[in-house]
Design a protein around this ligand. Sequence first.
Ligand code: PAF
Length: 283
Amino acid sequence: MKVIERINDLKIIDQKRPIAMIPTMGNLHEGHLSLVKQSIELQLNPLVTIYVNPLQFGPNEDFEKYPRTINQDKKNLEKYKCAYLYLPEKMELLEGIKKLKAPYSKFLCAKKRPGHFDGVITIVNRFLELIKPEYCFFGQKDFQQQLIIQNHLKANKLSTKLIVGETVRDENGLALSSRNNYLTQTEKKDASIIYKYLNEIADQLKKIHQDTFNDISKSTSIICKEYKNKFKEKGFDVDYLAIVNSKNLEKIRKDETDLLIAIAVHYRGVRLIDNLLCDLSLP
Ligand code: PAF
């Protein structure tokens, strides 16, 4: 694996196109590494970026303590046969950067973390400009993020194609995230209730749809209320729990069947997000 730090040295990647860009903030886990694996299976050359992006952290968030484990990350990437690791030199990366505004700013995480996705799209756009990858890979766990990037590629007529990797979970169902490292083993086990409840909600929605062919939009707020209470009883502080249209994150209208159940909670001081796609037209 070649490690690149300077923008000028990115030229080298032209020898190994098509490139699959996999942007990360490091502290790599199986979720990230599955994207490397998937890109190799598609005969692409993975280029992982590791950069803890200050632009996407709010003033009271965990930028300082965000886990930085570069040596272990390098070992893992070697093991997964990653072609390139881009570890950008900070000053150079941010110099003259074009600050962008992200769409979907009234929904889900954007509402709770003002400016977060502006920081994400600003840095991802910088990477897209520098690397010009044929493909880019993002995880479904950050559903809103991948939607914003999809939108950005389309709006700017960029030829880079986006591939979304499935959420990787631990043995109890908790979605892998670098922030899980802030939790103890027991807390992680407790937090797996998030995925359990998401599945229960999906089952309820399917049942209502099948039983009555009913207008599901009438039931969503009742179900969300019920489950917010259940989470509260288990010690979770719910940032949001929403059942929305998976194409645009808007409120569900009558007869819509492509749903997203999305959640963000604080548990033991750690913010955790997860989501489940629920297609009511499927059996
Ligand atoms: O998903 C992340 O880790 C970050 O938001 C990303 C895409 C690397 C941008 O900093």
